[in-house]
Design a protein. Structure first.
Length: 147
């Protein structure tokens, strides 16, 4: 897991060859004005989902992991808290290959908050529980990057 400000995202480009394309997309587009929905950047290998999600409390947030994709989550409208538990500490659970997601019961080990202008990167080994917020809605961008 990585948490930092958007101005530093380019420093992480060496972690995945598609990260440079994420940086270029952000420089060329105002994420706040993108319509909700999926925006393909490099087909199924790289796309961004812009969504308005319902804010949840920690108990309602669901831990998840992805085997094929890396998430770069960017809150746009308000702060968003993410639960975090390393995959190695999560129990066995059913993987949905079609949606590339495994969901887990229970609370996360730790919590971190990102404000607009910041991002969180979740790799396949990072269990994360998104959408934790006191606000009723969170507008966010989720870049899905082939791992």
């Amino acid at each position: 897991m990585v948490i930092d400000t958007l101005e530093n995202l380019e420093k992480y480009a060496s972690l995945n060859p598609l990260f440079k394309d994420v940086v270029e997309f952000i420089k060329a587009n105002d994420l706040n004005t993108l319509e909700a929905g999926k925006h393909e950047i490099k087909g199924a290998d790289l796309f961004v989902n812009v969504q308005v999600a319902k804010g949840k409390d920690k108990a309602a947030a669901v831990l998840e992991t992805h085997k094929k994709m890396i998430d770069i989550q960017i809150p746009l409208s308000t702060s968003e808290t993410y639960g975090y538990t390393p995959l190695c500490r999560l129990p066995e659970a059913e993987y949905n290959e079609t949606k590339d997601i495994t969901k887990y019961e229970g609370l996360a080990d730790t919590y971190v908050t990102c404000r607009p202008g910041e991002f969180a990167i979740f790799f396949p080994q990072d269990g994360h529980a998104p959408c934790i917020s006191d606000e009723s809605e969170i507008k966010k961008a989720i870049f899905k990057v082939l791992a």
